[in-house]
Design a protein around this ligand. Structure first.
Ligand SMILES: O=P([O-])(O)O[C@H]1O[C@H](COP(=O)(O)O)[C@@H](O)[C@H](O)[C@H]1O
Ligand SMILES: [Mg+2]
Length: 578
């Protein structure tokens, strides 16, 4: 086997450096078995910070999640905090999800922080990611950490890093932390021996404080009181949602909540699903079966770190249908815009690949809608920049993440479950279902339909292929897509918007959650939109297509939906994606 120089140097370093015997034995076994691709993918680079922190498969190597990469990340994070805040008492809050090795990685990180003189506030057991964001703010910590790979497959783990405002780190802190991590040249520089006198275990009072913020989000307690029998099926999909979602629903007054028993116990092997991701239809199957058995009103399911939530309701034919992230983000904001007493300084935030239906609804209410890069950290950045000037109502993104109010600065599936239950109760109180509510929203604003295609391209070879696909897209803008001419290209890498009709180029403004990023958007003459970007959390390239058309009445729902689905299919075909 031969490797490129970097891969070989990294393998040699791990075989000869001060790493433990088990790690070395595993590397030697891979060499003996001739695992060229696995070795390359494990050693060709170091794990990087992406859209949602650092994420990778667990295993040996500098490009895998293990005690050394978690250790280096934490030592770098600690070095940066100590440099930024010299002489200050620094506090960091840490939580973890239900994944295999999450408690072990958490303990390693806690030890390294305390070894570097930093006070650690640790959740003694698994907790939702949004609760960590809340805790950082509540305890006045300077930083936070969650050991989780969110909804990724079970082989993965990850490292979500937070700053003092409760948001995942953005520039300049993200780059500065990475620089500190890269400056660690040997594992001997990592202080693994903790100082327990700086370790504080969090207790249930922090659960109560967090749940209070969810109660504060509630707009219509009287409606919930009347609809307390709303039948809700909830699944935590073996993750952290079990710790607080049932409590949040109970606190709001919902009395008919059924937890999907087979998925209630946290388990890092996620034994009842292929992927623990509520975006996947398969992951929702057990919850849907439970709902059918008891004739429920609503199904909700959270991902392992409980920042995403999937939902299902019955359509006008009584069939269970899954609502996607664009639909749910729109529904939550439709409701919030309807029931909030608007004073004129409110705003909403969403990502550039999330449905423009939200922009339209905000415009009709005179509410500003900010569009940010993908990553809830950018939505949090807008909230931070506008703190004290404008009031954040809520935000959301197509990948099943939503936030209500600003007590938390990351997407919050616990608060979202409560809000989705509330708006379903609100609809029911008017003799409607959540699906009727969806149709009403489309009748008022147009029926927006979005389709996402994600192509998985793993390892070093896959990363190169994705890079090339983005280059090709930039150099080959099609003359026509689904019979409609592209009129504008937005290239966020060069931060340039090009009017294809006049040829005029204008810069895309930086700030408010926008910076240079490898994303291209194509706007078609008929208002359709295509976006392409490499995922920052998984080895994937993502293509988002958005189309819309008027919806005359609820009776036309199926016809309009079919036409829009067909159109998305044609666009995807014209772009060579299907
Ligand atoms: O994975 P999570 O739920 O932590 O979420 C993170 O990653 C998602 C997918 O990002 P990408 O398209 O780059 O893979 C983003 O939409 C989300 O804003 C971010 O917080
Ligand atoms: Mg998640």
């Amino acid at each position: 086997m031969t490797f490129d120089a970097t891969t070989q140097a990294n393998i040699d370093q791990w075989l000869n450096g001060p790493y433990d015997a088990e790690t070395k034995t595993q590397i030697q076994a891979m060499i003996a078995a001739g695992e060229q691709t696995a070795l390359t993918d494990s050693f060709y680079k170091s794990l990087e910070f992406g859209t949602g922190g650092m994420r990778g498969e667990m295993g040996v190597g500098c490009n895998r999640m293990n005690q050394y990469t978690v250790g280096a990340a934490t030592q770098g994070f600690a070095n940066y905090l100590n440099k930024c805040l010299p002489g200050q008492k620094i506090k960091v809050a840490i939580a973890h999800d239900s994944r295999n090795n999450s408690p072990e990685f958490t303990r390693i990180a806690a030890n390294i922080f305390t070894a570097n003189g930093i006070e650690v506030y640790l959740f003694p057991a698994l907790r939702p990611t949004p609760q960590l964001s809340f805790t950082v703010r509540e305890l006045g910590c300077q930083a936070g950490l969650v050991i989780t790979a969110s909804h990724n497959p079970k082989e993965y783990n990850g490292y979500k890093a937070y700053w003092a405002d409760g948001s995942q780190v953005v520039a300049p802190h993200d780059k500065n932390i990475v620089a500190e991590v890269n400056a660690i040249s040997t594992v001997a520089d990592i202080k693994f021996e903790g100082n327990d006198s700086l370790l504080h275990l969090l207790d249930e009072s922090i659960d109560a404080a967090y749940l209070t913020t969810i109660k504060d989000n509630c707009r219509k307690p009287d409606v919930i009181q009347r609809q307390k029998d709303l039948k809700i099926v909830f699944s935590p999909i073996h993750g952290t949602g079990i710790t607080l979602v049932p409590k949040a629903l109970d606190l709001l007054g919902f009395e008919a909540v059924t937890v999907v028993e087979e998925q209630a116990i946290p388990n890092g092997n996620f034994p009842t699903v292929v992927y623990p991701n509520p975006e996947e239809k398969e992951a929702m199957t057990l919850a849907l079966n439970t709902a059918k058995a008891i004739d429920a009103d609503l199904v909700i399911a959270t991902d392992p770190d409980a920042d995403r939530v999937g939902a299902a309701v019955k359509n006008q034919h009584g069939e269970w249908v899954l609502l996607n992230g664009n639909q749910m983000a729109s529904l939550i904001l439709y409701y919030l815009l309807k029931v909030t007493d608007l004073k004129g300084n409110e705003f909403v935030a969403k990502t550039i690949v999330t449905t423009d239906l939200i922009d339209k609804m905000c415009a009709s209410k005179g509410v500003t809608c900010y569009n940010t890069l993908t990553g809830f950290k950018y939505i949090a950045q807008v909230i931070r920049e506008l703190e004290g000037k404008e009031k954040f109502i809520g935000g959301g993104e197509e990948s099943y993440g939503y936030l209500i109010g600003d007590a938390v600065r990351d997407k919050d599936a616990v608060a979202s479950c409560a809000m989705i239950a509330e708006l379903t109760a609100y609809a029911k109180d008017q003799g409607k279902s959540l699906f009727d509510f969806l149709a009403e929203m489309y009748i008022e604003n147009n029926f927006y339909y979005e389709g996402l295609i994600s192509l998985t391209k793993k390892g070093k070879a896959g990363a190169e292929e994705i890079k090339q696909m983005m280059i090709n897209l930039r150099s080959n803008v099609p003359a026509s897509v689904a019979g409609s001419k592209p009129v504008t290209v937005l290239d966020y890498e060069g931060l340039i918007s090009t009017d294809l009709v006049t040829g005029i180029q204008t810069p895309i403004a930086v700030g408010r959650g926008i910076e240079a990023s490898n994303v291209i958007q194509l706007i078609l003459a008929d208002g359709s939109k295509v976006s392409a970007r490499p995922s920052g959390t998984e080895p994937k390239i993502k293509f988002y297509v958005s189309v819309n058309a008027p919806l005359a009445s609820a009776a036309d729902f199926d016809k309009t939906f079919a036409a829009l689905q067909e159109k998305v299919g044609v666009i995807q075909k014209d772009l060579g994606l299907v």
